[in-house]
Write a protein that binds this ligand. Structure first.
Ligand SMILES: Cc1cc2nc3c(=O)[nH]c(=O)nc-3n(C[C@H](O)[C@H](O)[C@H](O)COP(=O)(O)OP(=O)(O)OC[C@H]3O[C@@H](n4cnc5c(N)ncnc54)[C@H](O)[C@@H]3O)c2cc1C
Length: 441
């Protein structure tokens, strides 16, 4: 008698990737079970409703023009995309150590700095055009590009000091690792997925959001899957074998299946005892890492920053690295990896006061009077242990060409398995994993 199966496929993790994979597997006729560690679905997309009815996003929010897999899923779910904060009137705020500037481009730039930035942009786009995002390892200079940090490249390209500073501030704004801790090949690979191939642009990466709320995308998929999603069920071990796989939960329960889809971030994956796959596969997965960050959100009665000609979008050298309006007078901010230790070392009550004081420095005293604030320490959360994928110099080669591939009957998805995280990466790799598993039978 054969071993009873709990499901054809067990998906570990109910973030966007795991849910997108499970939805397609289920539509393809597979019997699927999703196990999720937290008591809720969505992973790094999470929303709460304020008493006044406004939805507040505590995780991923915005997408860009080039995020086609995510856009396709949103359409299938009957949800709609609207312009993000890019539609907000007013100018960008640059909060530097010595001064706060408001302007459309770094106001401390001279004509020579603008020329330098334009040349850097052109050189970068030219180089990015030579990188295949699906196979950066085949680039003739892959090793050299990977072991070069973005900062080293900028210096070699004679970027002026004000340009270097502007790009460092922008990097803090994204909450990605700093330029000296980012592989040039990784950044080229990421930007090679866009039409312009240029350095980060808001239009290509951040100009849209889901009108019904970012986390609604996950909630809709979970609704469709119904009781095929089990929350508060952390996986502790995965055994992959052509003769039958198993997933053991923290409770000790053993789930049998023909295939497993791992849809957990790099950190939590290391905590799952995984057997039955090659050492090379495990090393590749364990080599991945995250930039650790936190999110602080302040909801206000009105968008007071507009009074001063500010859009609410900012890049900063402070503990908060950036802010942007997520909609209806709610400001999102990120604490970048290079600042997270300073942030978490502070008592939570004072973190709040200090964060609001920073916002007041940028936008005026009304910033100290929110109707509510929210804090989400994604970097120290055991089920995320991060924020988004980080590729330090050397990491693209260390993770290697197994990145984003599968070893049936173990399939791997999640935003870490794409070029650079993002909700697009989660949806794209989740659906690809489902396709691969269905094809393999
Ligand atoms: C503050 C913040 C802001 C962001 N902003 C944006 C943005 O504006 N635009 C954008 O595109 N992206 C953004 N991102 C990134 C984006 O949210 C993520 O890349 C994406 O949501 C990840 O989806 P995922 O399914 O790959 O992983 P996750 O959402 O992390 O899902 C993984 C799931 O696995 C579960 N899990 C972990 N361990 C176990 C276990 N042992 N057993 C069972 N389940 C487990 C977790 O609880 C989680 O639900 C942001 C992320 C953060 C944190």
């Amino acid at each position: 008698m054969s071993t009873p199966m709990s499901a054809d496929v067990v998906v570990v993790g109910a973030g966007l990737a795991g849910l997108a994979a499970a939805r397609d597997l289920s539509d393809g006729g597979a019997d699927v079970l999703v196990v999720e560690a937290r008591p809720r679905v969505g992973g790094r997309v999470e929303q709460v409703r304020q008493p006044d009815g406004r939805l507040v996003q505590l995780g991923g929010e915005v997408i860009g023009n080039s995020h086609t897999a995510y856009q396709q899923l949103v359409a299938e779910l009957g949800l709609s995309l609207v312009p993000s904060y890019v539609a907000e009137p007013g100018e960008l705020t640059y909060a530097l150590h010595e001064a706060v500037y408001v302007g459309s481009s770094p106001p401390w730039f001279s004509a020579a700095d603008h020329d330098s930035m334009a040349r850097i942009e052109e050189r970068f786009a030219g180089l990015a055009a030579t990188v295949d995002p699906d196979d950066p390892w085949r680039h003739p200079d892959a090793a050299a590009l990977d072991h070069t940090s973005v900062r080293q490249w900028l210096v070699a390209e004679q970027a002026t000091p004000p340009v270097l500073r502007a790009l460092e501030v922008a990097q803090l704004g994204l909450s990605a690792g700093s330029l000296e801790r980012t592989s040039l090949l990784a950044l080229l690979r990421k930007c090679a997925t866009t039409e312009s191939h240029g350095l980060y642009s808001y239009a290509e990466w951040e100009n849209l959001r889901v009108a019904e709320g970012s986390a609604t995308v996950a909630l809709r998929m979970a609704e469709e899957l119904g009781d095929r999603v089990r929350c508060s069920a952390p996986a502790r071990a995965i055994k992959a074998s052509a003769g039958g796989c198993s997933v053991q939960l923290d409770s000790g329960e053993l789930l049998h299946c023909a295939a497993v889809v791992s849809a957990v971030p790099a950190g939590p994956f290391r905590d799952i005892e995984t057997s039955g796959v090659s050492d090379a596969r495990l090393e590749s997965l364990h080599r991945q890492r995250h930039a650790l960050a936190a999110k602080f959100v302040a909801a206000y009665p009105r968008p007071f920053w507009r009074d001063r000609g500010q859009s609410g979008l900012s890049e900063s050298e402070g503990i908060l690295g950036s802010s942007w309006p997520q909609g209806e007078a709610v400001l999102s901010t990120l604490v970048p990896p290079e600042r997270l230790a300073a942030y978490v070392s502070t008592d939570p009550r004072f973190r709040r006061t200090e964060a609001l004081a920073e916002l007041a420095r940028w936008f005026g005293p009304e910033a100290r009077e929110p109707v509510a604030t929210y804090e989400r320490l994604w970097g120290t959360d055991p089920w995320t242990q991060g924020y988004i994928t980080q590729w330090r110099p050397g990491d693209v080669l260390a993770v290697g060409p197994l990145h984003g591939t599968h070893e049936p009957p173990l399939y791997v998805c999640g935003s870490d398995q794409w070029v650079a995280g993002y909700m697009e990466g989660a949806v794209r790799t989740g659906r690809a994993a489902a396709r691969a598993a269905l094809q393999h039978g």
